[in-house]
Design a protein around this ligand. Structure first.
Ligand SMILES: C[S@@+](CC[C@H](N)C(=O)[O-])C[C@H]1O[C@@H](n2cnc3c(N)ncnc32)[C@H](O)[C@@H]1O
Length: 274
């Protein structure tokens, strides 16, 4: 865990080397696709800032709120049910827009980014991690793996760079965390197998069977060493467990809203009364 420095009142968020290093306590952060709220609580606890957590699933949000209350964090965190495709919030509202492994679930990531940038204050920071495809990966190779996410394909770092630049963001910085991706999926596969019996009593057999069939595809997609420059491109066919080519990657990205675009009208749809 990198050291966070205390950010004095009046300064903007401190982002560098693909990381959110500091946030002034008076900041408001928006967490997009917040799930059960682990990262949301990390932000509130670490920086003492206010966090709005926007997430599609009301069932997850109920559990998120209950955990926040137990941990005494409900004063700092507000959990809102809604979609990051259409953020229910006025323009230029947040010092930081944060998201962790959620944009990969969107069928329209250009729209998500445009919404994220719309709600950023000038000098605000967009900080996210996402599952991505390696630049030269044909979409059909990853399709069996990504089907569980409900999408056709993953974005690439180049897509994010171009789209964010087009939206007026500067200082776009990627940090390749692909080695974590392999570790994550290997560990998740092992754990799911070890606890299969217990899980069959808690979640639907169909879901578990789909998951067990899908996880090896992710291990395979993440595990191959990088293709050297000039080498033959990846074959266009589906992956199997023991091929282990690297087609998927995971990156942290940070970008600053130095020239945030003005939208024609501030939509002012404020479910939480601000
Ligand atoms: C892999 S989980 C990540 C959760 C959390 N960020 C974390 O790292 O623990 C992806 C989350 O994105 C949420 N999600 C998917 N589509 C969404 C959308 N259109 N708007 C808001 N949340 C969405 C899902 O409900 C899910 O909780």
């Amino acid at each position: 865990m990198p050291k966070q420095r205390r950010v004095p009142h009046g300064e903007g968020p401190d982002v560098s080397a693909g990381e959110l290093r500091g946030v002034p306590q008076e900041s408001t952060v928006l967490d997009l696709g917040s799930g059960y709220g682990g990262p949301t609580r990390y932000l509130a606890e670490r920086f003492g800032c206010r966090v709005i957590a926007l997430n599609l699933s009301e069932a997850q949000n109920q559990r998120h709120r209950a955990t926040n209350a137990k941990r005494g964090l409900d004063g700092l965190i507000e959990v809102v049910t809604g979609s990051f495709q259409d953020i229910p919030c006025k323009d230029r509202r947040f010092d930081v827009v944060w998201s962790q492994e959620a944009f990969c679930r969107s069928g329209d990531r250009a729209r998500v980014l445009s919404e994220a940038v719309r709600v950023l204050k000038p000098e605000g920071a967009l900080v996210f991690t996402d599952l991505m495809a390696a630049e030269d990966t044909p979409a059909e190779v990853l399709r069996p793996a990504v089907s569980r996410l409900g999408v056709d394909a993953l974005a690439t770092p180049d897509f994010y760079r171009r789209t964010l630049t087009g939206l007026g963001l500067s200082r776009i910085d990627f940090d390749d965390q692909s080695s974590q991706l392999v570790r994550h999926y290997v560990r998740l596969t092992e754990e799911t197998h070890q606890r299969e019996k217990e899980l069959r009593g808690i979640i639907s057999p169909a879901y578990l069977d789909r998951l067990l069939g899908n996880l090896p595809l992710w291990v395979a997609a993440a595990a191959r060493p990088r293709r050297p420059a000039g080498a033959r491109p990846a074959p266009t066919r589906s992956l199997s467990w023991n091929e282990a080519p690297e087609y998927a990657r995971t990156d942290r990205c940070t970008a600053r809203a130095l020239r945030p675009p003005r939208s024609p009208q501030d939509r002012g749809r404020l479910p939480w009364g601000r």
